[in-house]
Design a protein around this ligand. Structure first.
Ligand code: SIN
Length: 485
């Protein structure tokens, strides 16, 4: 781990109350590309999480009382530091998560863009005046920070998922405690180091790293000092955490699993559709919640589309993300590879055809070969579960009605994509898809100006955009009376 230009970005313990905190036990962070240990980190306990919450609670009144423009300056300083250290942060992210370096640096820029966006939005928290029923009253609406925010974030975006929650929370005037995934804590700790350098006051941004997700999760969801809880992760865990939040009636935002359909209509530009699918499917080796999970192609263009797709896939370079020109890094761990193996073999047993890939590069590695399966049906597990791997599962449809019906036949509703050049169809399909985000002739929908979030069992709440602050603010109505002479 000698390659960072700024070695001080490699931290080894949790951060709260503006200090790096030790713990009795520690755990190793490993590189999924080669199994090497890249860092050892102090393993925080539930009691530590309580201290972090206490720090956030103590810092709250001062932070909330600062003018929005002042909070914005802190966020902008943090954003600039993230960009200044983009190379180091990107390398750290690749080493602990596996995604190719260019993608990792892209994630740093993506995370930083939320800091910039919400620094700007902080200054635009407008209230309202409402015509009163009588002349001796005025009705005014103001918005106030909800209070202490706690978050649990996933390993697939170790920087950006923290940045987009923390940026909105801090901009709104909330303080923040995050538990990052235990597989990828180093990026979170590097962010804390830069928050510290940006001068963000003690207790405003806190990071608790731990292998005891259950115990830390219990504190963050049940402590009455936490007013709002935000989670990105699986639907199963999200449901459990939401239940835990019910006891103290916390505000909750959940960005959960997806099962994105990618529809290719006969009138689509097939080359553009292949490009869009490559971006949507193979980003982070297929390990994103918005990754395409099912590819539905009009039956009369299926063969042509499949040929073009296989040509594009044959050019993908798989390997250690720190090597030049790698497109696909390793999956995160052995369990992830086993899950992909099982989904593929079950699909084949059920009648799907393996056209390429379908296995790891070598027996013990975590590099999974880009895979294409044809003749998939919507009833198969591979079409109903999140694959989280580089597998294209191809289905066909006969007409628009069937395409929409198949696309919506899932309990999830995060992202969907479709390709068509027919303007009438574009409106019909966009409105009929039961998803929070729809890419139309576009395979990448994520950016800070847009509301990211799902419907159905993919969760609720929106991150980014002008709506993103709402999740972190309470509306207060003031009734000013006694104004008659
Ligand atoms: C996710 O996979 O949870 C987030 C992906 C994104 O922000 O684009």
């Amino acid at each position: 781990m000698g390659k960072l230009q700024d070695q001080a970005l490699l931290k080894h313990s949790s951060y709260w109350q503006g200090n790096w905190q030790s713990a009795e036990r520690s755990f190793n962070v490993t590189n999924p590309a080669n199994g090497e240990i890249i860092g050892t980190v102090a393993d925080a306990t539930a009691a530590d999480a309580e201290k972090a919450v206490a720090a956030a609670d103590t810092a709250l009144s001062d932070w909330a009382a600062r003018p929005a423009a002042e909070r914005a300056k802190f966020l902008m300083r943090w954003q600039q530091l993230m960009l200044q250290h983009q190379d180091d942060l990107g390398l750290l992210l690749t080493l602990e998560q596996g995604k190719p370096l260019a993608e990792a640096k892209g994630e740093i820029a993506y995370g930083a863009s939320y800091l910039e966006w919400f620094a700007e939005e902080a200054k635009r928290v407008y209230g309202d005046t409402i015509p009163a029923k009588s002349n001796d009253q005025r009705i005014i609406v103001i918005k106030q920070p909800v209070g202490v925010v706690a978050a649990i974030t996933p390993w697939n975006f170790p920087n950006a998922m923290i940045a987009r929650k923390a940026a909105a929370a801090l901009a709104a005037g909330c303080t923040f405690v995050v538990k990052p995934a235990q597989l990828t804590p180093l990026s979170a700790l590097a962010m804390a180091e830069l928050a510290d350098r940006a001068g963000i006051p003690a207790g405003v941004f806190n990071v608790v790293v731990s292998t005891d997700a259950k115990a830390i999760g219990k504190v963050l969801t049940e402590d009455p000092r936490v007013a709002k809880f935000s989670f990105t992760g699986s639907t199963k865990i999200g449901k459990q955490l939401a239940k835990q939040c019910a006891g103290t009636v916390k505000r909750v935002s959940l960005e959960l699993g997806g099962n994105a359909p990618f529809l290719v209509f006969a009138d689509a530009d097939l080359d553009a559709a292949v490009d869009g699918l490559m971006a949507s499917k193979f980003r982070n080796a297929g390990q994103t919640c918005v990754c395409t999970n099912r590819v539905l192609v009009a039956e009369n263009v299926l063969d042509e589309f499949t040929t073009k797709l296989q040509q594009a896939i044959s050019k993908l370079k798989i390997g250690d993300g720190t090597y030049d020109e790698v497109d696909i890094g390793p999956l995160i761990n052995t369990e992830a590879c086993t899950k992909v193996d099982e989904l593929i073999s079950t699909a084949v047993t059920q009648g799907a055809q393996l056209k390429c890939g379908g296995k790891r590069q070598s027996d013990n590695s975590l590099f999974y070969l880009p895979t294409v399966l044809s003749k998939v049906t919507n009833q198969m597990d591979i079409a109903q579960q999140e694959i989280f791997g580089p597998v294209v599962a191809l289905q066909s449809f006969s007409d628009e009605t069937q395409a929409i019906q198949l696309a919506n036949a899932t309990e999830f509703g995060l992202a969907a994509y479709f390709y068509s050049r027919d303007i009438g169809r574009i409106w019909r399909v966009a409105e009929a898809l039961q998803y929070g985000m729809v890419g139309i002739n576009e395979g990448m929908v994520s950016n800070p100006t847009a509301p990211f979030g799902g419907v159905k069992q993919s969760g609720y709440g929106r991150e980014g955009s002008k709506y993103g602050l709402d999740d972190y603010m309470d509306i207060k109505y003031l009734c000013l009376g006694g104004l008659d002479k």
